[in-house]
Design a protein around this ligand. Structure first.
Ligand code: HEC
Ligand code: HEC
Length: 337
């Protein structure tokens, strides 16, 4: 009898506490109606090709001087860019434009500030031949890689032939770049329903980012990268030395039109704008208000927007530094001329 009562009481206690318990384990509800979407946690990848692409990305022998690799200007230790106003290339030449990050570049509608390359594969050939960047040419890079037996084997395993050519080089580099995503930023966690991921100030910054209209151009997975827009919509931009999209289309209306840059990891990639106009993120925010929106953004508002922008820094790709195969007697020597 006593036993029976105890059991009943235990059951009753369980029934009473269960709903309380369930309400404590709240399952986050993703915020699906926001103009920004989280970065996927992973991407499908051909592992061997990605590894080869990583070696090529870090291999300075793709440059004429044997000194400059993709990573020189897109340093994966510093947010995929070089933190210089304009990059330093072959023979210490200064390039004309700020280097954009390679992180999350796969989400761009096209590559380069003016979108002149349609995708990462097409883009990868450019810097190798650019006399101000790596100053090599495709025959030379094929010759360099073909002289290194380990490379020959890796290319053969993946592409099934003995001739290394530039199409394969570009394909492998692009496969590596495809994996350079930065998921799990605090903002993405918030988008996935984790309310505690953002502070009140950061959330206010995000509301300002939406209400002021920043989100009209900086939206989607990469918070940018998905449209071309005029720099200086409401007020002409003072520096019009580089004309942007006009150089690709020749259309008058495309003068000063640029690909909207991603704002992911923006705190890592100063200086800002294609002409590196400022090192200060708050100033960049105010300039956007001035030239793109015709709005005065106060110091306090800029401070909040910057707090929000810093929540866009995600997990950086964990790169194991590749050990590159040694050159042979047949490998062309570095040429600094
Ligand atoms: C000397 C510095 C330098 C080197 C070396 C270099 N880049 Fe770049 N990269 C730049 C600059 C500057 C730009 C922007 C050029 C433009 O838009 O006109 C750029 C643009 C890019 C972009 C486009 C990103 C975007 O958002 O539009 C990608 C991707 C890229 N580079 C990948 C590479 C790869 C891969 C290599 C190696 C094969 C490489 N870069 C070598 C400086 C460099
Ligand atoms: C009409 C479209 C548009 C609007 C609205 C807009 N932007 Fe931009 N944003 C751009 C373009 C285009 C660029 C690239 C400009 C250039 O050529 O350097 C840019 C660049 C930036 C950069 C520098 C990125 C880098 O990597 O150098 C930041 C930061 C930025 N925007 C933040 C904002 C903020 C904050 C707002 C709202 C106050 C805003 N933007 C509103 C189009 C826009």
């Amino acid at each position: 009898m006593t036993n029976k009562i105890t059991i009943h009481l235990a059951m009753l206690a369980f029934l009473v506490t269960m709903p309380v318990f369930a309400s404590k384990v709240s399952i986050p509800t993703p915020r699906k109606n926001e103009p920004i979407q989280p970065i996927p946690l992973g991407v499908e990848a051909h592992t061997a090709k990605v590894e080869l692409g990583k070696m090529l990305f870090f291999d300075p022998r793709l440059s004429k001087s044997g000194f400059i690799s993709c990573n020189s200007c897109h340093n994966l230790a510093t947010g995929g860019s070089d933190n210089l106003p304009t990059s330093i290339g072959h023979k210490w030449q200064l390039g004309p434009i700020n280097s954009p990050t390679v992180l999350n570049a796969r989400f761009n509608l096209a590559q380069f500030w003016d979108g002149r390359a349609k995708d990462l594969k097409e883009q990868a050939g450019g810097p190798i031949e650019n006399p101000k960047e790596m100053a090599s040419n495709h025959e030379l890079t094929d010759e360099v890689l073909s002289s290194i037996s380990q490379y020959v084997e890796l290319f053969r395993d993946i592409y099934g032939d003995d001739d290394i050519d530039i199409e394969e080089i570009k394909d492998a580099i692009a496969a590596f770049e495809d994996t350079l995503i930065t998921p799990n930023s605090r903002f993405d966690l918030w988008l996935k329903g984790h309310d505690e991921a953002l502070t009140a100030k950061e959330l206010e910054g995000y509301q300002l980012f939406k209400n002021k209209g920043c989100v009209g151009c900086h939206n989607g997975v990469a918070v940018g990268g998905n449209s071309f827009q005029k720099l200086g919509i409401v007020k002409p931009y003072p520096n019009d030395k580089i004309l942007g999209r006009f150089n690709v289309t020749g259309k008058e209306s495309d003068k000063m039109v640029f690909k909207v840059p991603t704002l992911r990891n923006i705190e890592l990639t100063a200086p800002y704008f294609h002409d590196a106009r400022t090192w200060d993120l708050a100033e960049a925010v105010k300039l956007m208000g001035e030239y793109e929106l015709g709005q005065d953004i106060s110091d306090e508002e800029a401070d909040k927007i910057v707090a929000f922008l810093k929540t866009l820094t995600g997990e950086q790709p964990r790169i194991v530094y590749p050990v590159l195969p040694p050159s042979t007697a047949a490998t062309p020597k570095p040429d600094r001329s």
